[in-house]
Design a protein around this ligand. Structure first.
Ligand code: NAP
Length: 280
């Protein structure tokens, strides 16, 4: 019998636990603080930032939005990062990506103090993850693991196949599954016989950015399928990388889009901000 991995429901439940942690911190005089730097006004980024703000406010986390015009100089941005690195009331901060072309994204990411890098994108935190000493973790990958754990899905010893090798999802989720003793196969656009490889998966994570790409012949009977994609179908409707209608009846668990991984990403981010505040 197929069950949905209902990220929205999991997020709501975990919010209660996080609110409790925040109130314990407040009793000690600590208010967790998250800052987000947004450059320009691109529609999608503004929506992502607003969603983070709403959730932070719900949980009692101090949220500070630092908004620059799209023509802000790289130096101004780097100075602001330096200021946040040294501000004790800020536990973590994010520079919302993508940045305008005149700004060197790599330089900006490297300027963030790894102890405050709640996105887990800094080279130091990527390295920490791969040597099994995680500090902060990329939120989508962390959210996927939180969701699997919520449903008590066994990871150890399972065959996990990840489609997509991006720095923000595919690689970190592979490292995290490996850390939890899964046998991990990473696949990508040059993988030969992809359906043959993916149909070995007990746990299949899909993060490629192609609407309804994964069909039932990619999936083993009884597999757990996590769909990270946020795509649009031919009618412009939001959908995932997995063809849900074709695949779901074959799975034991499957995450829908929307309402699956999406809400978990912000949950994992907030969890990390609170954890950083707990370390103060
Ligand atoms: P990305 O940086 O665009 O990378 C896509 C990956 O998919 C690449 O590794 C690429 O392989 C691989 N790929 C592309 N076509 C493929 C094919 N035909 N067969 C096998 N692999 C293929 O992706 P991303 O940033 O991880 O995003 C993936 C999706 O997740 C997008 O829809 C994005 O919107 C969504 N997303 C959602 C959330 C959320 O919170 N829900 C967060 C992040 C991303 P190569 O490396 O060989 O090119």
């Amino acid at each position: 019998m197929m069950k949905q991995l209902n990220g929205k429901e999991v997020a709501n439940t975990l919010d209660q636990e996080m609110m409790q942690r925040v109130s314990e911190l407040k009793a000690k005089g600590i208010i967790p603080g998250l800052s987000v730097i947004l450059v320009g006004d691109s529609g999608a980024s503004s929506v992502y930032v607003r969603n983070k703000q709403k959730r932070a406010e719900k949980l009692g986390i101090n949220f500070d939005l630092i908004h620059f015009e799209s023509d802000v100089s790289q130096d101004t941005l780097l100075n602001k990062i330096e200021e946040l690195n040294n501000d004790n009331t800020v536990d973590g901060f994010i520079v919302q990506l993508p940045l305008p072309d005149h700004i060197n994204e790599d330089k900006v990411i490297k300027a963030i103090d790894s102890k405050k890098d709640v996105d887990g994108f800094s080279p130091e935190n990527v390295g920490n993850l791969w040597i099994g000493q995680p500090n902060t973790l990329p939120a989508t990958a962390a959210g996927i693991l939180m969701m699997l754990d919520f449903y008590n899905i066994e990871i150890e010893g399972k065959n996990a196949v990840v489609i997509g090798r991006s720095n923000i999802v595919g690689k970190p989720v592979s490292a995290m599954l490996l850390e939890r003793n899964a046998t991990v196969t990473m696949t990508h656009s040059r993988t030969k016989n992809l359906p043959e490889v993916t149909s070995q998966a007990d746990i299949l994570i899909v993060a490629i950015g192609k609407a309804k790409f994964v069909k039932s012949n990619f999936v083993k009977e009884g597999a757990v399928v996590v769909d990270v994609g946020m795509d649009r179908d031919e009618e412009g409707k939001l959908c995932g990388d997995v063809d849900y209608d074709d695949v779901s009846s074959k799975t034991s668990y499957i995450s829908p889009v929307p309402g699956g991984v999406g809400p978990m990403t912000i949950t994992a981010l907030m969890d990390q901000v609170i954890t950083l505040a707990e370390r103060r």
